[in-house]
Design a protein around this ligand. Sequence first.
Ligand code: ATP
Length: 355
Amino acid sequence: MATVDVKNLCKRYDDFVALDGVSIAARSGELVTLLGPSGCGKSTTLRCLAGFLEPDGGEMAVDGQSILATPSNRRGFGVVFQNYALFPHMTVAENIGYGLRLRKCSGSEITTRVHDVMSLVKLTGLEHRMPREISGGQQQRVALARALVLKPKLLLLDEPLANLDARLRDEVRWLIRDLQQQSGITAFYVTHDQSEAMAISDMVAVMKKGRVAQFATPREIYQKPVERYVADFTGEANFLSCRSLEACGEGRMRISVGGAELDVDCVPSLEPGEAAELLLRPESLQLATLGEDVTFRGRIVKSAFLGASQHCEIALADGGVLKLTTAPNAPVRIGDEVGIVVDRSHAWLMPEGTK
Ligand SMILES: Nc1ncnc2c1ncn2[C@@H]1O[C@H](COP(=O)(O)OP(=O)(O)OP(=O)(O)O)[C@@H](O)[C@H]1O
């Protein structure tokens, strides 16, 4: 188990600034995900941690000790990258035991540890197969076992599920989380898939152009994003332009939006009078018949039956559009005038214009 502190990490590729002051940290036993679109610097951060790239500035420390001068093979980290590249001429068991042989462990210790880790990643029985004789999901689990067998103090995973189909991705994702929690290994995990990040992380760093836009728990990232970019990247979202009228308590603001006045939680730095956007996740909105105590009124302009639910879009009088889901059999007709009730505990106000 290890604590990790990355401070102000910078990395250039010639003139291109790939990392522009990345700061993230992991407490012992945590899984921290780096989430963001292609090219935002996730892999570069992980490669610096692994010691495959030398940063141009900043600090990286494990258990309070700088690792900047430690070569990658002395850092004691387990690495699972998307191109898991097993040795094709070695059996599954030989692939997994390779690192132990390099460390000159005894034959009996290698046998025991390989056996134990194979049972952990559910590969028992495949010891003597060659990599080409096992499936993609099994190959990925061999790569994971190969890292875990060395009992690393830190596990670095870069898009480890990228080569798997959707069903296997789900299965291996839970396996990784279970193993990481059982063994208490601190881990950094790179993905561009927000649902993957939400599901398995203790902390998420949402990255944007070589910087960390927000570093927080999955719940906070989803419910209290600091800017629209983060809200957009972490799930379905409605944004309504509005005016912040006055502060009404710590971190709360009275706003005027879509013909209504509401008190909502907000980004703490937001000032009264500042242009703002109200974030309403679809699940915080409910269709209601007019006449009930509704927050907004509007007209249904789009609907789609999705099986377990229906998707609806409602145009408000002031031009805003809200997307929401309803029960599969709720009566939804295009053109109908409807009311919308907002669960205000899930409404969130952010500064405008930060896509
Ligand atoms: N060796 C290199 N030389 C020049 N530019 C590079 C090099 N490696 C990466 N880059 C650039 O640095 C930026 C960050 O790359 P990085 O691989 O860290 O992104 P990423 O967020 O992991 O993206 P992806 O999800 O596509 O892997 C990208 O714009 C990329 O093109």
